[in-house]
Design a protein around this ligand. Structure first.
Ligand code: DX5
Ligand code: ZN
Length: 219
């Protein structure tokens, strides 16, 4: 089964990201970037200028994961490309209408758009929204920090998405982010995960991120 791997750069050596990007480019499908605003999640990371700089440093797709309370304000400042994808969180919006409005705005700029659901959010709330997104992301940890264990409930959520995709005759991709590693990758892919963000497993590997990515790829 085919799947795509996106190293989550928040887990890399933050003082040497250009080296990490260049080193990993030939072993991955793109880079996962976590934007956290210390309100939506109890952590703070990068802003739009940072993402725009990364977009200048690599031709590979960027998967920009917005863990923020005001995604619209961030989107306005992002300069993304057709190969990139922005993930919005269902929980960032006060209504599905506002979520769909922003998703449409992003699509008009020819950047792809994804929808994420946090672990405590029931999948049923997004079933009617699926048609508008290129990718649906199951958060397999509580958003905010790299290095957590994958929540086992994630497998059943992937199955719910597969069922809904079949029922509605859609073709969005299914993504998983959080706690992905060599031990669970096969099970996730067999369940139907197609895009995987991987942080600690890649960057804390004993023999370096490239070797770990190659092991994950060979799974
Ligand atoms: C969690 C982030 C993830 C995280 C993944 O809030 O969205 O992208 O960086 O890191 P690991 O793979 O270490 O859980
Ligand atoms: Zn993420």
């Amino acid at each position: 089964m085919s799947f795509k791997l996106y190293p989550s750069l928040i887990a890399a050596d933050l003082l040497d990201l250009r080296t990490a990007i260049k080193e990993l480019e030939s072993s991955c499908d793109g880079f996962h970037l976590d934007l956290m605003d210390h309100h939506f999640v109890p952590n703070l990371s990068w802003g739009p200028d940072f993402v725009n700089s990364i977009a200048c440093a690599t031709e590979l797709p960027l998967w920009v994961h917005l863990m923020v309370t005001d995604p619209g304000a961030i989107i306005e400042q992002l300069q993304l490309r057709t190969q990139d994808l922005v993930t919005l969180h269902y929980e960032s919006f006060t209504s599905p209408e506002l979520l769909l409005e922003l998703a449409l705005l992003i699509k008009k700029t020819n950047t792809k758009v994804g929808l994420a659901v946090s672990p405590k959010t029931d999948i049923s709330v997004i079933i009617g929204l699926l048609a508008q997104f290129h990718q649906i992301l199951i958060m397999s940890v509580e958003p905010g920090f790299s290095g957590q264990q994958l929540l086992p409930a994630s497998y059943a959520k992937i199955e719910q998405l597969i069922q809904a995709r079949r029922d509605q005759n859609l073709n969005f991709r299914i993504a998983v982010d959080g706690g992905v590693n060599l031990a669970n990758l096969n099970k996730l892919v067999q369940a139907g995960a197609q895009d995987l963000a991987v942080g600690a497993a890649v960057f804390d590997s004993f023999d370096g991120p490239v070797a770990e990515l190659q092991r994950l790829r060979a799974k």
